[in-house]
Design a protein around this ligand. Structure first.
Ligand code: SAJ
Length: 416
């Protein structure tokens, strides 16, 4: 099965690297994006997102004409949908997935679909979303047949193949990770496997669409639950006056124990979102998964309380917050517990606030407007009496710890 022309719908953190990697294999790729600025940037050979080495790959495939970005969907043999699936923010303890971007993508693809085409849903999705995608396409194109069950043969092939790459390592992981491929029918799975085999060196494992959907949600929920365990331990240890980092190191010496690392909360666009898709489908059954979300979401508030009571000891408190990104060594501040903590401190404290974030040059307006200053590590240590470690960036890990001797240090990452 040869693919000459592939379309990727949504050129964001997953779609753009996927489009560029496929194009680098010599396949013509048409990337579809609703954001005109992103289209122009990509067609100039530049990128609008931060991911190591992606600029080099995009520049080269745009220069050779293998990748172009457009606003309008064009005919292709395969369509890969990589659009966001956020949740509709509800109450703090109930969030439902918003599939409207997938629905819009389906409506955009439908007019150009031809017999034999393959449509792949890459976006992280609740169980049943791939079947819904098939339904939306069918409503738009009653002239074509769509797969119903595992044994069916149809004009259009539909599969779910969730992305599983780690931000910061996307180009390596896109190629080296194993892929779970869940076709609505066996024929869909085989066709999708043929497409992924053009650029994936890991194994492509076939299952059905519902299992593939659940596999992705399970991976991120597994991590969320395990981080919640570590976060809960950190709060228990504070109360019992035990050093949680030493405790975890000791417990992890057991050959069958591997506790993750506590932190200021769980950020990013996946781990704090995906477990809710399982809770939304099975609210009565998903007890641990839901509780883990609540434990991790409560951690930033716990850190704020710790900082406020430390600052209370000073007449003129100066608080330095080390790190704003959602995890180490990246510049991504979106959905970051560190940012949430600094924003809350701005509102709840009279203290002067300093922020150190080696990966950005300018503070987000939510902090700049409230008088937070972006300073260097050494300036922060000199001026602050309370130091809060929020992200374990390499610069902080390498810092000379003796400079902190006379400070109150709240180390949410255990690096000091
Ligand atoms: N974190 C901790 N303690 C830990 C590990 C992580 O507090 O021991 C925090 C991080 O600081 C961060 C958050 O969890 O705030 C998430 O970071 P992460 O590195 O665990 O994951 P992401 O969100 O960058 O990427 C995840 C990955 N999923 C898994 O590792 C199971 C990635 O493979 C997925 O492709 C991605 O979600 C996604 O797109 O779903």
């Amino acid at each position: 099965m040869e693919f000459k022309r592939v379309s990727v719908i949504g050129l964001g953190y997953i779609g753009l690297p996927t489009a560029a990697v496929i194009a680098s294999r010599g396949i013509e790729v048409v990337g579809v994006e609703i954001n005109q600025k992103a289209v122009d940037t990509i067609n100039r050979g530049d990128i609008h997102i931060v991911e190591p080495d992606l600029d080099i790959v995009v520049q080269s495939v745009v220069a050779t004409g293998k990748l172009k970005a457009t606003l309008e969907v064009e005919p292709a043999e395969a369509f890969m949908i990589a659009v966001p699936t956020p949740f509709k923010k509800g109450n703090a303890d109930q969030n439902s997935p918003d599939l409207s971007y997938i629905e819009s993508a389906a409506k955009a693809i439908a007019p150009v679909l031809e017999k034999g085409n393959l449509v792949i849903l890459e976006s992280t999705s609740p169980v049943g979303a791939t079947e819904k995608l098939a339904q939306w396409l069918k409503e738009e194109r009653p002239d074509l047949s769509f797969p119903q069950d595992v044994g069916s043969q149809a004009d259009i092939n539909i599969a779910h193949c969730p992305e599983r790459v780690l931000p910061g390592y996307v180009l390596q992981e896109l190629v080296s990770n194993d892929r779970v491929i869940g076709g609505i029918s066996s024929a869909c799975s085989e066709k999708a496997k043929a497409l992924y085999s053009t650029f994936v060196r890991g194994e492509c494992i076939i299952t059905n669409a519902r299992t593939a959907e659940m596999a992705k949600l399970t991976e991120n929920s597994f991590r969320d639950v395990n981080i919640a365990f570590a976060n809960e331990l950190s709060v228990i240890c504070d109360k019992l006056q035990i050093n949680v980092w030493e405790l975890i190191k000791l417990a992890n010496r057991h050959p069958r124990v591997n506790i993750l690392t506590p932190g200021p909360g769980v950020g990013g666009h996946c781990i704090a979102v995906d477990p809710w898709f399982i809770v939304d489908s099975c609210p009565e059954e998903a007890k641990i998964i839901k509780q883990a979300r609540l434990v991790n979401d409560a951690k930033p508030h716990y850190v704020v309380d710790q900082v406020l009571s430390a600052a209370d000891e000073f007449k003129k408190p100066v608080i330095a917050c080390l790190g704003l990104a959602f995890k180490a060594d990246i510049d991504d501040l979106r959905e970051s517990p560190a940012l949430q903590i600094v924003e809350t401190l701005c509102t709840n404290s009279e203290a002067s606030l300093l922020a150190v974030e080696p990966n950005i040059h300018e503070l987000p307006s939510s902090l700049a407007e409230k008088g937070v200053e972006l300073v260097s590590f050494s300036q922060a240590i000199e001026r602050a009496n309370v130091i809060v470690v929020l992200v374990d960036h390499k610069e902080f890990r390498a810092a000379d710890k003796t400079t902190l001797a006379r400070k109150v240090v709240i180390d949410t990452r255990g690096i000091m």
